[in-house]
Design a binder for this molecule. Structure first.
Ligand SMILES: Nc1ncnc2c1ncn2[C@@H]1O[C@H](COP(=O)(O)OP(=O)(O)OP(=O)(O)O)[C@@H](O)[C@H]1O
Ligand SMILES: Cc1ncc(CO)c(N)n1
Ligand SMILES: [Mg+2]
Length: 596
């Protein structure tokens, strides 16, 4: 086994590129998909910035702004989108040429979901329509080859495809049509999944197609991804029962023309692990993952191939530059490694889903969108009411562990906690965050991490708070996904607007009063706070030098989206955190009820 492969600088560069890109794109995954679903929510969000923000609206707004941002920067026909100043950025694009699965676990439907889940645009040329469910394939209707040709022309002549992925190609004519189309409209990479037999054992391409696959299809492939039965069929019925057999098959298949071969071992009998063999013409790589015990494996092959295509599409700007071995093959391998990890995670996440009565069910491609909804606390603007920002220096001074300080603050009435650790070592910071989360969760009080997205991700905290010189909120959103809360410190109307555009959930505005907690922090005063609040479409928390003696005028500025005050020393630089927080909480509550 050789994973990861030798770490040459080129390999490492490709690895870093792919892992970073896929982290960002995973998080973007639902944007396009969900923006259509949630469309109706957008208008109210824009028009009523001052009402409390139900999470569903703020999430929808995130989808809208993000997908608009993406589509505003899409290049189509070279024409800018109506009336907008756009930066010209191309969306990675996979075209799948495959069959439809009415049960939507495999085929075109799996390809669309896999690409969306990986943050890549997917267009579709349909070669056949199957009547299919969890029990098997009940019928196949092949699309006439001229019409497949027409679909190919429509997409390839217009939409700048990066990578073509093929699935079910049920006739020799369709293979020929594809070959001609790719000659006329070359793409950067071709992923060939030589679909012939479904895992249920149903035939999806007549055996008479084999010669056409061997002679025409295989040489188009940058990566060929047969399962065991398909590899065996392509090699004249060769027995494939062990990993050694798979290695042998990969080598023989490589000699038929594809630039790399991945023999998938999902159906390998008696294997504890799910093991695949990748061969690049010189070296073998075996990737093993624990075999997930589930009936829901329908469509793993289509999904894997689409994910590989999606990862290659993301790196497409590099492709023409690196289409020489070994870096090119390295990109294929890393794309596959990411794809395998995704399939494994999706299978694990979906293992208990029950859909259909047959032997093989579909799995859920959008696990990431739901992943955190069970455990985390969902942020709402009202959580900003009494926002406690920790300070380990003050804890040290009073001899208090962080967990104790946080618990006392919550018991006193703090409605949200921000862990602010400017000097902690990363590992210690993560440990502290995890310990504090254990305290916050039972109270359903969100815990945010100051500055550090990595710490928020590692600890599964409820979000981050970012300053103007930290990671941009737009990047943080892409990395953290739609469920986590993001706050941004803003002093100006422009910054507040940008935070909204970038997909933040709230802004922190200040310093309202001079403060000793933050060096060189300019004071915006109550007037500055009011200006920013009135311009902000997001809920606002006021911060900076606020304590029991000056908090009431802050809430009284007359901005309905000012949701609360943030405090540091007013509660943590005191002998009893609980008592100070409780006093502040009752003062604020009283002031608000008087104002209403
Ligand atoms: N139970 C499982 N647990 C983990 N990984 C699996 C499992 N089953 C398949 N895989 C992985 O999924 C990928 C697809 O392999 P598989 O051999 O199932 O393809 P396939 O037969 O073409 O799929 P399908 O026909 O269902 O679309 C491979 O990387 C394989 O290792
Ligand atoms: C349409 C279609 N393509 C591919 C497969 C392979 O899983 C399937 N079952 N159905
Ligand atoms: Mg299979």
């Amino acid at each position: 086994m050789k994973y990861p492969p030798d770490s040459t600088p080129a390999n490492s560069a490709a690895a870093i590129f792919f892992f970073f890109f896929s982290a960002v794109s995973m998080a973007c995954s639902g944007l396009l998909f969900n923006s259509f679903v949630d469309n109706k929510c957008f208008r109210p969000c824009h028009l009523k910035p001052a009402v409390p923000y139900p999470r569903s609206l703020s999430t929808s707004r995130f989808y809208l702004t993000s997908s608009l941002r993406i589509s505003m920067s899409m290049e189509e026909n070279g024409a800018p989108t109506q009336g907008f100043e756009v930066s010209r950025k191309k969306l990675p694009h996979v075209l799948t040429v495959a069959g439809s699965d009415s049960g939507a676990g495999a085929g075109i439907q799996a390809d669309l979901k896999a690409c969306a889940a990986r943050g890549v645009y997917c267009s579709t040329v349909i070669t056949a329509v199957t009547a299919q469910n969890t029990a098997g394939v009940q019928g196949v209707n092949i699309v006439p080859d001229e019409f497949v040709a027409q679909q190919l022309r429509s997409v390839l002549s217009d939409m700048e495809v990066d990578v073509v992925k093929t699935g079910m190609l049920p006739s020799i004519e369709i293979v020929k049509v594809l070959q001609r189309s790719l000659k006329e409209f070359p793409v950067r990479a071709v992923v060939v999944d030589p679909v012939m037999v479904s895992t249920s054992g149903d035939v999806l391409a007549d055996p008479s197609i084999l010669s056409s696959f061997r002679e025409e299809l295989l040489m188009m492939a940058d990566i060929l991804t047969p399962n065991l039965k398909e590899a065996s069929n392509l090699l004249g019925g060769m027995r494939l029962e062990t990993v050694a057999d798979m290695r042998h098959a990969a080598k023989l298949l490589h000699s038929l023309g594809p630039r790399s071969v991945l023999v998938k071992g999902g159906d390998l009998p008696e294997s504890f692990d799910a093991v695949d063999v990748f061969f690049d013409g010189e070296e073998y790589h075996e990737l093993r993952s624990p075999r997930v015990k589930t009936r829901n494996t329908h469509g793993t092959g289509c999904t894997l191939a689409s994910c590989i295509a999606a990862e290659l599409a993301k790196g497409s700007s590099m492709l023409s530059a690196v289409k020489v071995t070994p870096l090119w093959l390295c990109m294929c391998f890393y794309s596959y490694a990411l794809a395998k990890r995704y399939v494994e995670t999706a299978l694990e996440y979906s293992k208990d889903i029950i859909l259909g009565n047959g032997a093989q069910g579909p799995f859920d491609h959008f696990l990431r969108l739901k992943h955190n909804s069970g455990t985390g606390v969902t942020f709402s603007g009202n959580d900003l009411f009494l926002y406690a920002v920790t300070d380990s220096g003050m804890n040290e001074k009073w001899g208090r562990p962080m967990e104790v300080a946080v618990k006392e603050a919550i018991e006193g009435g703090a409605t949200i906690i921000q862990l602010r650790e400017k000097n902690a070592e990363t590992r210690k910071f993560i440990e502290t965050a995890k310990a504090c989360l254990k305290i916050c969760r039972p109270y359903k009080v969100p815990l945010l991490i100051n500055d550090r997205i990595d710490v928020a991700l590692a600890s599964d905290a409820d979000g981050v708070h970012l300053g103007q010189s930290d990671t941009p909120a737009q990047v943080a959103r892409a990395l953290l996904g739609p469920e986590k809360a993001i706050g941004v410190s803003c002093k100006t109307v422009e910054q507040a607007h940008q935070a909204w555009v970038d997909g933040a959930d709230y802004i922190g505005c200040g310093g309202v009063y001079p403060t000793s907690t933050k060096a060189n922090n300019t004071t915006v005063g109550l007037d500055g706070l009011k200006t920013v609040c009135l311009a902000s479409k997001l809920p606002v928390v006021a911060i900076g030098g606020i304590n029991a003696s000056n908090a009431i005028p802050v809430l009284g500025i007359g901005a309905p989206n000012l949701k609360g005050v943030a405090v540091v020393s007013a509660v943590f630089d005191r002998s009893s955190v609980a008592t100070e927080t409780r006093n502040l909480h009752s003062m604020l509550t009283e002031a608000v009820s008087k104002a209403n």
